[in-house]
Design a protein around this ligand. Structure first.
Ligand code: 13P
Ligand code: SF4
Length: 295
């Protein structure tokens, strides 16, 4: 069921409630949503996801109306970092380029050279001439990148992480494996290095969906936010998807209800606005990322 409206495109993240995903025109990971925001043409975009996703769509589409159905829905990791933190890191590492994970505010993106998502972080870092990188704000994704590139990576802030993925433990993965012999373990790169070391596959939410379709395993242990599981069940019918932990719930993603989406479309509000010069500077960092070839 899509909320068909000729002037509106509804973009939904893989973690939002299943009924919102069902109503959406497109469902995807952060990179796909950012790309779709530039490729669709309706005058109005509704973003069902946390605030940085709606903000990213608004930055990339200054002439369109971008609605975020619940402005309180924000990313707890993004809230932990200010532009002043980035500027201090720049002063400490003057030869480094700043790479901002899209899970950051517009003001943080505005002081970065380039953005990345979990789907393209290694490609983005490898695209830089600089040998040193200040990577904000996820230390776990920073460690994932550092292990797969030749660059020196400085994670900022030192304690930056997603509280949802940080809560997943290596012992939970081992217990799930013991309970489901032969299962494949997939985790998001926002999980800790210790959890990633236990996994068979590490990828963005959409990379996990693709892997679920291609893996020969019939049972998959899923180490990411639980909203992905109904999507995996739809995309890979016949396979069994088991949560790696019952605690993998992002409350902010669940704030986006179908009622709020419908109300936003009916009222044409709340709209996201990003002031200048932040919008232009953040757009440069996002467009530099989007200009890289699709891998
Ligand atoms: P993806 O880009 O993999 O969809 O992840 C976004 C996110 O918020 C993960 O917690
Ligand atoms: Fe942010 Fe974590 Fe929620 Fe993703 S799951 S939106 S990184 S708090």
């Amino acid at each position: 069921m899509t909320l068909t409206h000729p002037d509106v495109t509804l973009l939904a993240h893989n973690y939002v409630r299943p009924e919102v995903q069902d109503a959406a025109d497109y469902v995807g990971d952060s990179l796909e949503l950012a790309r779709l925001a530039t490729r669709t043409e309706t005058p109005v975009l509704v973003v069902a996801g946390v605030d940085f996703m709606a903000e990213t769509a608004a930055i990339l589409n200054p002439d369109r109306i971008v609605l975020h159905p619940e402005p309180c829905s924000s990313c707890a990791m993004a809230l932990r970092l200010t532009p002043a933190d980035v500027l201090a890191a720049r002063a400490a590492h003057p030869d480094a380029a700043v790479v901002a994970y899209v899970n950051s505010s517009a003001a943080v993106k505005a002081v970065a050279e380039i953005c990345c998502t979990s789907a393209n972080a290694v490609q983005v870092v490898n695209s830089l001439d600089e040998d040193e990188v200040v990577f904000v704000p996820d230390r776990n994704l920073a460690a994932y990148v550092a292990a797969r590139t030749e660059k020196t990576v400085y994670p900022v802030p030192a304690i930056g992480c997603c509280p949802v993925h940080q809560a997943l433990t290596a012992s939970e993965i081992r217990a799930a494996r013991a309970a489901h012999p032969g299962a494949e373990v997939m985790v998001h790169p926002e999980t800790t290095p210790a959890v990633q070391a236990e996994a068979d596959f590490i990828g963005s939410t959409s990379a996990m969906i693709r892997r679920a379709g291609s893996t020969p395993a019939t049972t998959v242990i899923v180490g990411t936010e639980l909203g992905l599981i109904p999507r995996l069940e739809r995309e890979a019918p016949g396979k069994r998807f088991v949560p790696a932990s019952p605690y993998l719930v992002c409350p902010d993603m669940k704030m986006i209800t179908l009622d709020l989406v419908e109300a936003a479309i009916a009222r044409n509000a709340p709209a996201v606005t990003v002031p200048e010069p932040v919008a232009s500077c953040a757009r440069a960092a996002l467009e530099r990322m989007l200009a890289l070839p699709v891998e």
